[in-house]
Design a protein around this ligand. Structure first.
Ligand SMILES: [Zn+2]
Length: 377
């Protein structure tokens, strides 16, 4: 039904790059989950439609992907003038980030929600689409009202990139992984070698750009084989990465989250390469978020779950300077990775739970940011 509708839209309006239909599962792959709820919106068409419906915010195309697809940012709330006179690194060396951005008590808090850079991690896309619907109408796509969340959002300069890797999304044949074996996510997420064996995590990072021994190019990557999480941040290979870095430098978010998923209970990953005070903030936030999951009866980590705060890798490098590390060092933002469950057989989360996990994450981010602002003046 969905496929037929997509094709007829394409024929009627002409092919827009963004609407290029997604691939289908190969023969022998498990069929997509039955009865994916209508609110579980995450296809390129559904994301595009949601972005086009924005009226209260503004929309900009911040980049064109390697495959020629647009990447959108949606903005709510006026941007303050930070009277920048130096880049972040130089301002820190001058002993005050205010030289980079004056963010005093009268400045509006800024939050940047960076939707998936990995195209099979549809759960964050579902969250972003529903959050945009709440920003516009007060209700999510289930019809559930979130007046407090909507009110909370109005206090911010909020930047939402619902999907940072449309190329990868177009190569992901599944609109949901709920109830599926994790192997199928691994096949299309990290991709296969020419002989059909799976690249898997973390070996899929051993070849970058992902070119050469590639059967199915994983949804991790853009059409040039770049995994934005592990781009070369001093000389980005992907225009998508460059656009995300530019956006953060311009917007100076108090907090930035990069949305990911795995076969896991939801959790925050510590940012391995940021100063200690920032690790403390991220660990405090992770604790608050896990407590909220517990309180709401959602999948969670054990009570008191805490992230490492000390220095990592005392002997040899094991944790990389990745996208969220780079975003901190470019702008001072409190940046970290969030992992949602996919709902595979291994983690067992339901569609309802996955959306609620996302909405609880966003609410906790806004509450934490209001309660724990860092002023630069
Ligand atoms: Zn990921």
């Amino acid at each position: 039904m969905k496929v037929a509708l997509t094709l007829s839209i394409l024929l009627f309006f002409g092919v827009s790059q963004y609407l290029v239909a997604q691939v289908l599962p190969e023969q022998g792959d498990p069929p997509p989950p039955e009865n994916i709820p209508d609110y579980y919106k995450n296809t390129l068409e559904e994301i595009s439609e949601q972005v086009k419906s924005v009226k209260k915010g503004s929309v900009a195309q911040i980049a064109t992907s390697a495959g020629g697809r647009p990447i959108y940012a949606v903005y709510y709330g006026e941007k303050d003038d930070f009277q920048s006179q130096a880049n972040y690194n130089s301002a820190v060396a001058a002993r005050n980030p205010a030289y980079y951005a004056k963010k005093g008590k009268s400045s509006k808090p800024v939050v940047f929600l960076l939707g998936p850079v990995h195209g099979q991690e549809v759960e964050g896309m579902v969250g972003m689409v529903n959050l945009l619907q709440i920003a516009e109408t007060g209700k999510d796509h289930r019809g559930r009202a979130f007046p407090e969340l909507q009110e909370l959002m109005s206090k911010f300069r909020l930047i939402i990139v619902p999907l940072a890797n449309p190329d990868g999304r177009a190569r992901n044949p599944y609109d949901s992984y709920v109830g599926l074996p994790v192997e199928i996510m691994t096949k299309y997420g990290q991709g296969t070698k020419k002989d059909g064996t799976l690249w898997r995590w973390p070996h899929a990072k051993a070849l970058h750009p992902m070119r050469g021994d590639v059967g199915i190019l994983g949804a991790y990557f853009n059409d040039d084989g770049i995994n934005m999480m592990h781009d070369d941040f001093f000389d980005p290979m992907a225009k998508e990465t460059k656009a995300i870095m530019d956006l953060v430098k311009e917007e100076v978010p108090d907090l930035t989250v990069s949305l990911h998923s795995c076969e896991c209970k939801p959790f925050v990953i510590q940012n391995a390469h940021v100063p200690r005070f920032m690790k403390d903030r991220i660990a405090d936030f992770a604790l608050e978020l896990n407590n909220n999951f517990i309180q709401e009866g959602l999948p969670h980590r054990p009570e008191g779950y805490s992230l490492a705060r000390g220095q990592d890798d005392p002997e040899s490098p094991k944790s990389s300077f990745n996208l969220v590390s780079a975003l901190h060092h470019a702008s001072g933002t409190m940046s970290f990775t969030f992992e949602s469950p996919h709902g595979t057989l291994d983690d067992g989360a339901t569609h309802e739970e996955i959306l609620d996990i996302q909405l609880t994450l966003y609410r906790t981010i806004l509450e934490y940011t209001l309660d724990n602002r860092m002023y630069w003046e």
